[in-house]
Design a protein around this ligand. Sequence first.
Ligand code: DGJ
Length: 740
Amino acid sequence: MAIEYRAERRTLTLLTDGSAYQMQLGALGYLLHLYYGPRCGDDLDYLHLPRDCGFSPNPHELTEGRGFSLDTLPQEYSGSNGADFRLPSVALETAAGVVGADLHVKSWEIRPGKYALAGLPASFAAEDEAETLAVTLSDEASGLEVELLYGVFPARDVITRAARIRNAGSERVTLRKAASACLDLPFGRWDFISFHGRHAMERQLERAPVRYGLQSAASRRGTSSHHNDPFTILCAHDATEDHGACYGLMPVYSGSHRTDVELDQGGSVRAVAGINPDGFSWRLLPGEAFETPELILAFSDEGLTGLSHRLHRFLRRNLIRGGEKQKRLPVLLNSWEACYFGVDEARMLALARGAKELGAGMLVLDDGWFANRFDDRRALGDWTVNREKFPGGLAGLHAKLEQEGMAFGLWVEPEMVSEDSALFRAHPDWALRVPGRPPALGRDQLVLDLGREEVAEYLHETLAALLRESGVCYVKWDMNRSICDVYSAALPPERQGEAAHRYMLGLYRLLDRLTGEFPEVLFEGCSGGGGRFDAGILAWCPQIWLSDDTDPIARLSIQQGASYGYPVAAVGAHVSASPNHQTGRTTPLGTRCTVAMAGSFGFELDPASLSEAEKAELCSQTAFFLRCRETIHNGLFYRLCAEDEAFTAWQFVAEDGHEALLTLVLKNPEANPAPLHLRLKGLDPAARYRLSDCAFFGCRNTPAALPRAEYSGAALLHAGLTLPQLLGDYPSARLLFEKL
Ligand code: DGJ
């Protein structure tokens, strides 16, 4: 039983193998949060003693003293405009002007299996893998009912949450905020970890103690954004990679989001996460319901690595659909950095032949193949192949690629429209724009109103025809601007606050339909790199292009940042040319491979620019990646050092432990350096390991060979390993240990 009710103390406990989450059907009908942490086998209401706190109001019904206040007690889903002055989870107003909600428990129920959400991406479970707790709260004054949904995955140490909000009254209600969940941590000292960034420099980790007042990680861009990953962590102030309590909060959502964290007067921390309430509203007529996106909550008391492992496994097994396609996917070469808009059939065939020499098995035709798309100022929306560039059409190119023994993949950017396009000329009102105001252009393009039925229908038909015609087995689904001027010509004035979320629902439905109808095609997400790298998109796209910055040194912090929440297999990463097109930095070929290997591993360069020796090196790197792909993608990932060290080292351990791959990149070579020493992780201390592959790349010196070919697991774990001195610009090392 993953969910226990104990009548004596009226507690409901959600149990996973390594955690317990407890709430209480508390006094006066309030649903109180009691605890989330390691399992304790007890009722934990004794922790929350009556407390008369100045300026914290008491419920009218309280008969004795002033010790009970919503302002001081931990809650499961906070109301608004009531006695709790901390972060609200739900905010609303009724036609009669009633503002806010005071939520009391109406009923609760334990259900087998995992709840589902209509129209939203959500985790899934086999029948016996999860249980659902549904607690219905109601607000008398507005007639609102909130069904709190908890999915409990015992073997994953994961609890998912969502709220189904229903207007059970007789008047309309307008939601102003509808968070997915609220998490109160009443005791302890906590740090907040978030991942900020910008285009081409996403997912930079920031860790700071939670301070009094508010801090947030949010996006108002209509996408999860390059700027603030929706995934955040609350961890014990002294938590490290290997020790301490860590909570991961991962919204399964790709639009504007916000996670607020507040430290209150009594030292209690509250996190509230979900759709960004800025600009959001949703009108509910009597009987109508609104479902919030899901929030994945994971707990680890084994530090940040333990948290990452739980989330990686959960996302791979219980969220991402079609991940097994990655195992069959050939290594690809993408045309973008090789020729940008200068694509045509002859160049693609030349790229394909070159790609084959690198061991790649698929050519991806990126931007520039359709209509008059000679640059990024025109043609988005006109998804017909340019016959001057591709006389045989996409089917013709596919046939020729097949003759070369290469698979075919295609880039599209369906959510967008250029003003200079036949589509825009025919349907100017299909673009989001505020009447009477010229819309802001992003990369010279506008955003289609995907919340509109006919727009989504048109895109579905167009894309389905394109996929059938081209016969591709891979699609790169791009999205290259932030969304502003949000106004839908199809919605009445009082529903304009719904447009941004309706856009997301339209996008999800489109992805759901297409991935269902083309089950063999692997869809890779992209938004100018990592502008929409999130759990919502991952539900349909097993991998997402992580960043438009392909510089391997810049990628170290971007990929490491992503690794806290997202599995390695989800990370789109390619080997590109040097000097790098984004940073101008020169790096060794082997180091570029070492970094791209911690992801999907592909190419983003013109093989014709490579020497024969470089081609041979890339071919052997491809073979090595394919040899280790299962361990890299589906094993356990370890970060071996902090951001501020001179090197970055990562380790991948096969899920069954039979091998471990260690990679290291030197960011700052120093004169007369201290020994390069590391302790490995995740090995079997009782086993012996043979160093079956050891390679150094980009060194100016000849690194000394490692003195031993065999080590005990305990030695590598506790005493560690010393690597030889590596000199040069960004050298790297790759070591494979096989368990004997
Ligand atoms: C942005 C993507 O991130 C790039 O990889 C490339 O596909 C371009 N768009 C094409 O316009």
